[in-house]
Design a protein around this ligand. Structure first.
Ligand code: SF4
Ligand code: SF4
Length: 318
């Protein structure tokens, strides 16, 4: 895989500083039943990296110390971590809001039929990737059969009460462009998703988050192999808006990798950019005693968060 860090590290980006910490994001490991082209963590079925329960315990202590409100679980497929259910139950018992960034096809994998019911029982917010409402685009980006499996899984979540009025069970969808272009305006895209998923499949959801693809990892390598890296960076930089700087996710979150190292966001995690600009990554245990550094480490990929209407874990910023 071609590394994009040498191309990104010297691209100037406006300085960012941290606000109040509200969210601890844990990457539970890189194992996934899919291996999508745009995946910014290069997850896949053969990856073995996984977060240990001891790291999860430290994370819960840090969450209490900083009085964070949300535990944001990501991967790979977070549910493939053997301690996923233990962690969710503990976090909920502490009163934390839990988000699961879920690839819905996991619910169709042998041994994972518990996922939907478990999430509903623990009132976990489901943030499900659904890169398009068109079968062709989804299968192209993620693999044959992924569209149909995703549709069935979303129908199952709906049947469990997700996105039903007054159920309190939230189902948000995530869209990524199927190539080297910016996502269309989130509101219009959300309206299209709402209409087409309801008409064709009877699926309802709460919000759609339209996220730009990050020029790193597998997608960054793909851009280079197609000779499109510079053009894509030009697109991101050309669409940068200063007003998006206020709302980028790194200002309120800390991202923890499977091994207990901490970063300003999961993109910086994949680029191994130490928090606060130090020489090597800091560790989660340090947050049991230390304050967080004010400075956020930035480079060229950050334009992926501030281009157009902006994108963050929570969708468009504007
Ligand atoms: S489903 Fe998500 S984590 Fe898995 S390979 Fe695709 S983008 Fe990566
Ligand atoms: S990639 Fe986005 S979230 Fe991460 S440090 Fe840059 S602006 Fe912040």
């Amino acid at each position: 895989m071609r590394d994009t860090w040498p191309l990104l590290k010297d691209i100037p980006f406006p300085a960012l500083s941290r606000g109040r910490l509200t969210t601890l994001q844990l990457n539970l490991g890189y194992r996934c039943n899919l291996s999508c082209i745009h995946c910014h963590v290069s997850a896949g079925p053969r990856r073995t990296e996984t977060m240990a329960r001891s790291t999860m315990e430290t994370a819960l202590q840090v969450a209490r110390r900083f009085k964070v409100s949300t535990l944001d679980l990501t991967g790979g497929s977070p549910e493939m971590n053997v301690d996923f259910r233990w962690l969710v139950a503990e976090a909920r018992a502490l009163g934390l809001h839990v988000m699961d960034r879920l690839n819905p096809t996991i619910m169709e994998e042998p041994g994972y039929d518990w996922v939907g019911t478990f999430l509903a029982e623990h009132r976990v917010e489901a943030v499900a990737s659904m890169p398009c409402y068109s079968q062709q685009n989804v299968d192209e980006q993620r693999g044959d059969g992924v569209f149909e499996a995703s549709i069935r899984a979303l129908q199952t979540l709906n049947a469990l009460g997700y996105a039903e009025a007054n159920s309190g069970l939230v189902l948000n969808l995530v869209y990524n462009p199927n190539g080297a272009f910016l996502p269309p305006p989130q509101e219009a895209l959300e309206a299209d998703y709402r209409r087409l998923l309801a008409d064709n499949f009877g699926i309802v959801f709460n919000r759609l988050y339209a996220l730009a693809n990050m020029p790193i990892q597998r997608f960054g390598s793909w851009l280079q192999s197609k000779g499109q890296f510079e053009t894509y960076m030009g697109t991101l930089r050309g669409a940068h808006r200063d007003e998006n700087l206020e709302s980028v996710m790194c200002r309120t979150m800390v991202s923890v990798d499977y091994n207990g190292e901490i970063f300003d966001c999961d993109f910086n995690q994949m680029l191994r950019m130490p928090m606060g600009g130090g020489a090597s990554p800091r560790r989660l245990e340090e947050l049991l005693v230390d304050a967080l550094p004010t400075r956020i480490a930035v480079a060229g990929h950050c334009y992926g968060c501030t281009a157009g209407q902006g994108s963050s874990c929570g969708g468009a910023l504007g």
